[in-house]
Design a protein. Structure first.
Length: 181
């Protein structure tokens, strides 16, 4: 897979109001892995732009992408750009949460630890909203995040921010789903 070419094809389809949906082969996943790992190791000024290309491809693709788990975690751990965090979380719903559920496996513990850590430490309301969207997509496993979510719930004064309002709505929805244990 040529990353630049694939990315440009996706953009072209989006401009034409078409739905770009790629099926990633194991070789495509390996190419993305190699490219993404190289970006994370580099200190290039175009690092964020290149990560966004990978995330765009992932957002518009299907395929089992277990080998990409460490790169999702590394990106969330090291890249503190809000936009990249949000796109990484969005792509992780499809390529981590849904992939693991399709195979019937529980979420990887390192992913749960990363999401928990981000819920505890994020100061950005929009990132918190996306973290909660990830948790919501975890279905029954969302209960694993109960304590950290309730501890870090936005307060009443935060209702002025639309992302905090959305976060509170998601938390309320989750609380209704969780068993009273």
């Amino acid at each position: 897979m040529v990353i630049e070419e694939t990315y440009n094809e996706i953009l072209e389809k989006l401009r034409e109001d078409k739905r770009p949906l790629l099926r990633l082969s194991p070789e495509d996943i390996q190419d993305l892995h190699t490219y993404w790992a190289g970006i994370l190791d580099a200190e290039a000024p175009s690092k964020h732009q290149n990560i966004m290309k990978v995330l765009c491809i992932l957002d518009h693709s299907q395929g089992l992408s277990r080998p990409l788990l460490p790169l999702f975690i590394e990106t969330l751990k090291t890249v503190k750009n809000t936009e990249i965090q949000i796109f990484t979380l969005s792509a992780s719903i499809k390529h981590i949460v849904e992939t693991w559920f399709r195979t019937g496996d529980p979420l990887p513990s390192e992913y749960i630890v990363m999401i928990t850590s981000l819920i505890e430490t994020t100061k950005e309301p929009e990132v918190l909203e996306w973290l909660l969207r990830v948790v919501e997509s975890c279905g029954g496993q969302s209960f694993k995040f109960k304590d950290v979510i309730l501890k870090n719930r936005p307060g009443l004064l935060s209702l002025l921010n639309k992302h905090n309002r959305n976060s509170i709505e998601i938390i309320d929805l989750l609380v209704k789903r969780w068993p009273n244990v």
